[in-house]
Structure formats: structure tokens, C-alpha cells
Design a protein around this ligand. Structure first.
Ligand code: NDP
Length: 297
């Protein structure tokens, strides 16, 4: 069997097109653009790339981008004061504090300061709770993007066996909640799971969010399963001195067994920013009191 490739880049591109159309509708109705504020503390090179890319994508979608760059030694009180000012700013619909923060800043304290209705990353405990009890809220972008790809591929997920490898608050746990809400039978695996290959072999859906290059092997995959690879790992390339990105799944091997699989790069990665834009636009509609159909984006 050769798996179908789930083209996250193409899916994300189409999603961004729909978002741009709706963002224009929002501006026509309100006379302003939906706005995303991104806060970056310090000079972490990867974070700088992410923040630049988020700002560019926001503007391309017809929304307003507000970038706040603070020095690495920013006091927690000053960061919290900025978040409070953004909470109060009616031009700001979504607030994203880029993680990781420098070590002297407590991430949970800072995230807890964000108004949950502007928490477009879905990291606030109020939004984690809303997801757990099935209330509308904001869901972290990467797992929501994975769910969109799965539903596009499979339609109904009801009754399917899903294994999520990884239990982080930003990927594994919300992914499991989303799959449970779709009536999958969900197993969450982690570093203490016994006989992981056997656990994965049961799954119709495998979501790998571990951070270990090519850990999930072809013979762990049930024939025909749908494999979503969240991992982004930089490894040495064949050319000396060069590197390349690989996922958490042995793509070449797994593609011979799975029914469908996301590549790395070009699978889940492009979905994350597209869903961030989606969450920001949903926040803008909600915060402006304008009804938006659940399936609008
Ligand atoms: P974390 O490091 O927070 O979590 C990793 C999880 O994997 C933990 O729950 C850990 O278990 C589990 N784990 C580690 N080793 C093993 C093992 N040998 N067997 C089974 N489980 C194991 O990572 P994140 O959730 O933040 O990210 C996971 C991956 O996804 C990373 O590669 C990251 O770069 C990528 N990522 C990609 C995004 C995208 O946009 N595509 C966005 C976010 C992340 P335990 O809890 O027991 O320690």
C-alpha cells in the first residue's frame, strides 16, 4: 500500500483564502479590521521567525497585526501591564504571547492574564476547561489544525480508535479532547506507556506529537490507518554540514502501510498559523457580537 499524502500546505492555503474573504466581510460590517497582537519577549531566533511569519500572514489575510517586542530582561509586572492594556484595547481581538518566555517570567501567570475571549492560542485554563466540558472557546491551533485535516480526509471520526502519542498541554491533551468530542475511542500515550508499538497498532488514527525524530516505525502502523505527524525535528542531512526537517514518524516506511499520512514539512506545520488566523477572526466576530455560523471557517 502507498499512503495518500495529506497536503496540509494546500489545505491551509484554501483555509486562508476563506479567512481572507470573511475578514473582508468583518471589515465591511464593522468599519475596522480584525486585530491580532503578538508579544515577543527576548531574541530567541526561532521565536523571531515565528512572530515575523504570524505578522505577515495576518496582514495578508486582511487583518491588523500589532507586534510588541520587549527586551529579554523585561520585568513580569511590565509584561502583565502590556497584556492588560491589550485586553482593554478594542482594536485587539486576539492576543498571543510567544512561548517560550525567558526563564525569569512565569508562563502560566502571564497566560492567565490574557482575557480568555482574546486567548486565540487557547492556552488559558478557562479555554482548556471549556474544551474539556464541550463549551465554545478557543482550541490550541496545532491540534485544531490536525482535526481539520482528519475530518477532511475521513469525514465522520465516530467510533474510530485514535492513539495520540504525547500529552503536552499545547498538542497532546487538547488533541485527545478533540478526538473524544468526535466520538473516537482515544488512547493517550506518553513516555511511560508500556508496549507503545502494540498500542499504536490498534489505531485507525495515529497522532504523533513527541519531538523524537522518526520514532514511530512502519511496523507500528495498522494497515490503512491515518497518520498525522506533528513532530518537527531538525537532523543532520546526507550533505555534510547541512540539516533537514523530519517528523516523529518514519515517513518513508509508514507511507508503505498507512492509508494516508502528513509529510514533514508541508503537513501539520502550515495548519498552525492558518488556524491562528481563524481563531483571531472568530474572536473578532464574537467580541463584536456578530453571529458566525459554527461551520463558517
Ligand atoms: P512536549 O515536549 O511538550 O511533549 C512531548 C510528549 O511526548 C510528552 O508528553 C512526552 O511524554 C512524550 N514522549 C517523549 N518521549 C516519548 C517516548 N519515547 N515515547 C512516548 N512518548 C514520549 O512537546 P510538544 O507537545 O510541545 O511538541 C511535540 C512535537 O510537536 C515537537 O516535535 C514539536 O516541535 C512539534 N510541534 C509542532 C507544531 C506544528 O506547528 N507542527 C506545533 C507544536 C509542536 P511525558 O509527558 O511522559 O514526558
Amino acid at each position: 500500500m502507498t499512503a495518500d499524502v495529506i497536503d496540509g500546505k494546500a489545505f491551509a492555503g484554501a483555509l486562508r483564502g476563506r479567512i481572507a474573504t470573511l475578514a473582508a466581510d468583518f471589515t465591511a460590517q464593522t468599519g475596522r479590521k480584525a486585530g491580532l497582537a503578538v508579544v515577543l519577549v527576548g531574541e530567541d531566533p526561532a521565536s523571531q521567525v515565528y512572530v515575523r511569519s504570524k505578522g505577515k500572514s495576518t496582514v495578508e489575510a486582511g487583518m491588523a497585526s500589532f507586534e510588541h517586542r520587549l527586551p529579554a530582561d523585561t520585568a513580569e509586572a511590565d509584561l502583565i501591564a502590556l497584556v492588560n492594556a491589550l485586553n482593554a484595547d478594542p482594536a485587539v481581538d486576539g492576543i498571543l504571547v510567544q512561548l517560550p518566555l525567558p526563564g525569569h517570567l512565569d508562563e502560566q501567570t502571564v497566560i492567565a492574564t490574557i482575557n480568555p475571549d482574546k486567548d486565540v492560542d487557547g492556552f488559558h485554563v478557562t479555554n482548556a476547561g471549556r474544551l474539556a466540558v464541550g463549551q465554545p472557546g478557543f482550541v490550541p491551533c496545532t491540534p485544531l489544525g490536525c482535526l481539520m485535516l482528519l475530518k477532511d480526509r475521513l469525514g465522520s471520526l465516530s467510533g474510530l480508535d485514535a492513539v495520540v502519542i504525547g500529552r503536552s498541554n499545547i498538542v497532546g491533551k487538547p488533541m485527545a479532547q478533540l478526538l473524544l468530542a468526535e466520538s473516537c475511542t482515544v488512547t493517550i500515550a506518553h513516555s511511560r506507556t508500556k508496549n507503545l508499538p502494540d498500542v499504536v497498532r490498534r489505531a485507525d488514527i495515529v497522532v504523533a506529537a513527541v519531538g523524537r525524530p522518526e520514532m514511530v516505525k512502519a511496523d507500528w502502523i495498522k494497515p490503512g490507518a491515518t497518520v498525522i505527524d506533528v513532530g518537527i525535528n531538525r537532523v543532520a542531512a546526507a550533505d555534510p554540514g547541512k540539516t533537514r526537517l523530519v517528523g516523529d514518524v518514519d515517513y518513508a516506511g509508514a507511507a508503505g502501510v498507512a492509508g494516508a499520512i502528513t509529510p514533514v514539512p508541508g503537513g501539520v506545520g502550515p495548519m498552525t498559523i492558518a488556524v491562528l488566523l481563524r481563531n483571531t477572526l472568530v474572536a473578532a466576530f464574537r467580541n463584536s457580537g456578530i453571529a458566525l455560523a459554527d461551520d463558517a471557517i
